[in-house]
Design a protein around this ligand. Structure first.
Ligand code: ZN
Ligand code: ZN
Ligand code: ZN
Length: 491
């Protein structure tokens, strides 16, 4: 079924009636431009090309439909469309409303706002029955419809065909009809369009989202930069919005509040710079070299203290560790602690790391390269990426502050690696194993968040939420990790 083209004309005189079918009531609060334009196309048997002919900028109007770029069809920026023409036709500054809705959701988030919106269309199976789609559904920190409290679905609810969040006719047979033939909204007999378009009465039922909007509108972002883990898949992590709320508002509690942990830096962290030589390290190559060296040295000191701490916790297994290492990783008495400790250090700090730092001098990295170096090799890319983002998104160019954030995150990652090794050890310590690469990435990493106040005299905050099922390094005795050798010794 293809749409029969008919000519639609735009009457640029606001006094005169338009020649196409449209009622301002068809737009509901927080409605996304996607469903607004689907409604327009549906009511007027129009195509995306018609939309551009009517409302396009003078540039996009001149283009053939196959030449319309991704940019022109972007539903977040609406940059292919002309604001005054849209206002004339829809009775609303669509671009402005869309911009405001996006800001309302992303004001307090770091970096590019558009990063936080799904590229693929997400639908609420209930909302779409009345032809409604909300900007909330596209926002990646929302996983359930705030009006119906049901899980969102990607693409067609019937055949699961993916559709892009884009001005396009490619994903549909005709407006609101999936290529599988399924009509996305329900239509009663004899109706030409759903009467529900006119009398939508949706209430935001989501408490976190209400708080979230308030925080965004109160411009919390003028006080703080928020920073959270760059590897995080927002589609899978349902709790992120609530975690952020709990971190920025003392009165907000999630159902994981008892797990919430927080450390603060000194409030003067950004004044430390004056005492450091690398004051203007951004300016010259020499200073960049000094910065790299300082970051490396600081990360080395951090790792050394973590390792010495773990050594104390694993003290009963000192012999196991020595034997395991000296016997080329053959587990003589299958001690899981030795297995985890040796592999952890080998991959984290390098092959020779198991001898303590003072017994052997480690290779000093080449600080003239473009990248930064850290005492942990395993997280080299992660930390480089983090450093880049912290400097560009949060505009932090103070050495003490950079070191504080990097060392916090590095410790967080490193301890999680150790826990992952312990998990592997509990299953494999009795086998003779060699690993060529680390058999995990960031599995089980507790969610973390850095808060960077814009007020230069306030401390940085590092927040994290350990998982309920996580190993506790302080009471490993109570886990299934048993060392047979150690039992024999103590007897
Ligand atoms: Zn819904
Ligand atoms: Zn379908
Ligand atoms: Zn042992």
């Amino acid at each position: 079924m293809t749409i029969k083209r008919r000519f639609l004309l735009m009457n640029e005189n606001p006094e005169q009636q338009q020649q196409f079918a449209w009622l301002p009531e068809w737009i509901s609060p927080y409605e996304s431009p996607w469903s607004i334009f689907e409604k327009f196309k549906y009511a007027n048997r129009a195509t995306v090309k018609d939309l551009f002919d009517l409302f396009g900028t003078s540039y996009t109007k001149s283009l053939k439909s196959k030449h319309l770029s991704q940019k022109a069809c972007n539903l977040l920026t609406l940059e292919g469309l002309d604001e005054s023409l849209l206002k004339l036709a829809f009775g609303l500054s669509l671009k402005e409303v869309n911009r405001r809705n996006i800001n309302m959701l992303t004001n307090i988030l770091p970096g590019d706002q558009h990063y936080f919106f799904h590229k693929l269309l997400k639908l609420c199976p209930e909302c779409i029955k009345i032809g409604y789609h909300s900007i909330f559904h596209q926002f990646s920190l929302i996983h359930r419809c705030p009006f119906h409290n049901v899980s969102l679905v990607e693409g067609c609810p019937k055949c699961k065909r993916k559709m892009s969040y884009h001005l396009s006719d490619k994903d549909t047979m005709e407006p609101f009809r999936c290529k599988c033939g399924h009509l996305l909204f329900s239509l009663k007999n004899g109706q030409r369009y759903p009467s529900s378009w006119e009398k939508m009465n949706l209430q935001n039922q989501s408490k976190p989202l209400k708080y979230w909007i308030t925080f965004n509108l109160e411009n919390v972002h003028e006080k703080i930069f928020l920073y959270f883990q760059p590897d995080l898949d927002l589609q899978k992590n349902e709790g992120v919005m609530e975690f952020i709320l709990e971190a920025i508002s003392p009165s907000y509690k999630t159902n994981q509040s008892d797990l919430h942990r927080e450390v603060k830096s000194s409030p003067y962290i950004r004044n430390f710079q004056k005492q450091e030589k690398t004051k203007s390290f951004l300016l010259t190559d020499e200073c960049e070299f000094e910065l790299k060296k300082a970051i490396y040295q600081s990360s080395t000191a951090t790792i050394r203290s973590i390792v010495s701490n773990i050594r104390k916790k694993f003290f009963d297994h000192s012999n196991c560790i020595r034997n395991f290492h000296n016997n080329h990783y053959k587990p003589i008495k299958n001690c899981p602690y030795a297995f985890a400790f040796v592999f952890w250090r080998t991959f984290n700090e390098g092959d020779d790391s198991i001898y303590d730092g003072n017994r052997r001098r480690k290779d000093i990295p080449f600080f003239n390269s473009l990248e930064y170096h850290f005492a942990t090799k395993q997280d080299h890319n992660y930390l480089n990426n983090l450093l880049f983002r912290v400097r560009t998104h949060c505009h932090i160019d103070n050495l003490a502050a950079i070191k504080w954030i990097l060392n916090r995150v590095m410790s967080h990652l490193t301890l999680n690696h150790l826990k992952n090794w312990l998990k592997i050890a509990s299953l494999n310590a009795h086998k003779s194993m060699k690993f060529l690469t680390v058999p995990f990435n960031f599995e089980h990493l507790p969610f973390y968040l850095v808060i960077i106040p814009k007020n230069l005299n306030e401390p940085f905050e590092f927040h994290w939420w350990p998982r309920k099922d996580a190993l506790q390094l302080d009471n490993l005795d109570q886990t299934s990790l048993k060392c047979p050798l150690n039992k024999e010794e103590t007897r």
